[in-house]
Design a protein around this ligand. Structure first.
Ligand code: 13P
Ligand code: SF4
Length: 317
C-alpha cells in the first residue's frame, strides 16, 4: 500500500463512515501523522480522546494509549491498527510486582506513568505523562511516601525537580530512550556548540546533559528536558538555529513542520520504536475496513483504573 493522495482520501472517507476520529502519536510514521485528525503527546491525545464525541477512536500509537482511551470512554469503540504494538516500558512492571511493592510501603501514593498496562493503572492512585509528571508529584502532600513507576529516568528527573527524598523509583526503562546515551550526547553537543538540546526525560542521557551543563561543557540554558508536546512549543519559541533532539526519531517530522527554519538533528538516528512503526499505511486501511483490532479492557479493571487516569488529565497544562 502506498501512502499517496488516494490512500489518504480513502482513509478519511472510511473514518467518516465509521464516525471515527483518527489520533496519531508524535512518534508515528510521517504519513500516518499527516492523515490523522489530531497529533500530539500522550497527555494531549488522552484529553482529545476523553473530549471527543465520535463514537469510534482509531488510535495510531501503542496499545497502552488505546487502552487509556477505552478506560476514559468505555462506551466508545476503540480500534488500534495493529494490536501487537506494545511498549517495552509498559512491560517493565506487572500488576503483581506493583502489588508486592505497595505491600512493602503501606500508605504510599502510587504514581504510574501512562506507559503501563490497564491492570497496573488499576493499582495506581494517579497516572502521569512526561508533560505533567512533576506537577502530579507536587500535588501529593510532602509527608506522604511516593512510589513512582515504571520509568527510572523520568523518575530521576521528577526527583531532581521536586527535591523529594521520599520518592521511590522503579527500575524500568524504554529500550529506545535508554539507548540514547550520555557519551553520544556529549560528542554531538561538543560538535554543535550553538545548538539547543531537546531531551525527552525517558532518555538515559537526560542526567548526563544536566551534568554537562553543571560542569560548563554545555551552556545550562541550552539544555531543555521536555515531553514530545512541549518540544513543539519550545521549537516555536527558541531563538536557536539548530537543535539536537534526543527522543524517538518520529518526533522530527512535527518539529520540522512547526519550525522549518530550524535544523533539527537526532542525537541517535537509530532511535526508532519498532512498536510505533507497526502502524503502517496498510494496517490503518485494514483497521478502518474491518473494524479491527478492537481494544477491550475488562469492566472491573477499567472501573478501578479510571480515577487514576482522570486525575492525570486534570493535572498540568
Ligand atoms: P510523550 O508523548 O508523552 O512525551 O511520551 C513519549 C513516549 O515514549 C510515548 O511512548
Ligand atoms: Fe514504549 Fe519506548 Fe516505544 Fe515509547 S518509544 S512506545 S516508551 S517502547
Amino acid at each position: 500500500v502506498e501512502a499517496d493522495a488516494a490512500w489518504a482520501e480513502e482513509v478519511r472517507r472510511l473514518a467518516e463512515e465509521r464516525d471515527a476520529v483518527l489520533l496519531a502519536h508524535n512518534y508515528q510514521l510521517p504519513e500516518i501523522q499527516d492523515v490523522a485528525h489530531h497529533t500530539g503527546d500522550s497527555l494531549a491525545l488522552s484529553r482529545i480522546a476523553a473530549g471527543s464525541d465520535a463514537s469510534t477512536i482509531v488510535f495510531c500509537g501503542v496499545h497502552f494509549m488505546a487502552e487509556t482511551a477505552k478506560i476514559l470512554g468505555p462506551e466508545k469503540t476503540v480500534l488500534i491498527p495493529d494490536e501487537r504494538a506494545g511498549c517495552s516500558l509498559a512491560d517493565s512492571i506487572t500488576a503483581e510486582q506493583l502489588r508486592s511493592w505497595k505491600a512493602e510501603h503501606p500508605g504510599a501514593v502510587v504514581v504510574s506513568y501512562v506507559n503501563t498496562t490497564a491492570e497496573v493503572k488499576a493499582e495506581t492512585d494517579i497516572c502521569c505523562t512526561s508533560s505533567n509528571a512533576v506537577d502530579v508529584v507536587r500535588s501529593i502532600p510532602e509527608g506522604r511516601e511516593v512510589l513512582f513507576c515504571p520509568d527510572q529516568f523520568l523518575g530521576a528527573h521528577v526527583k531532581r525537580e521536586t527535591g523529594r527524598e521520599n520518592l521511590h523509583i522503579w527500575a524500568g526503562e524504554c529500550h529506545v530512550h535508554a539507548g540514547i546515551n550520555g557519551p553520544e550526547l556529549a560528542e554531538r553537543a561538543a560538535a554543535s556548540p550553538e545548538a539547543d538540546l531537546f531531551i525527552h526525560p525517558e532518555c538515559g542521557c537526560a542526567t548526563s546533559a544536566l551534568y554537562l551543563a553543571g560542569e560548563g561543557t554545555v551552556e545550562p540554558e541550552r539544555v531543555k528536558i521536555l515531553s514530545t508536546g512541549d518540544m513543539l512549543t519550545a521549537a516555536r519559541d527558541t531563538g536557536a538555529r539548530s537543535v539536537l533532539v534526543a527522543t524517538e526519531v518520529g518526533m522530527l517530522h512535527q518539529l520540522r513542520k512547526a519550525a522549518p527554519e530550524i535544523d533539527f538533528r537526532a542525537v541517535n538516528d537509530r532511535a526508532s520504536c519498532r512498536y510505533m512503526k507497526m502502524i503502517t499505511p496498510a494496517a490503518l486501511l485494514r483497521c478502518l475496513r474491518e473494524g479491527a483490532d478492537e481494544v477491550h479492557v475488562p469492566t472491573d479493571v477499567a472501573d478501578r483504573a479510571r480515577a487514576s487516569v482522570e486525575r492525570m488529565i486534570a493535572i498540568g497544562k
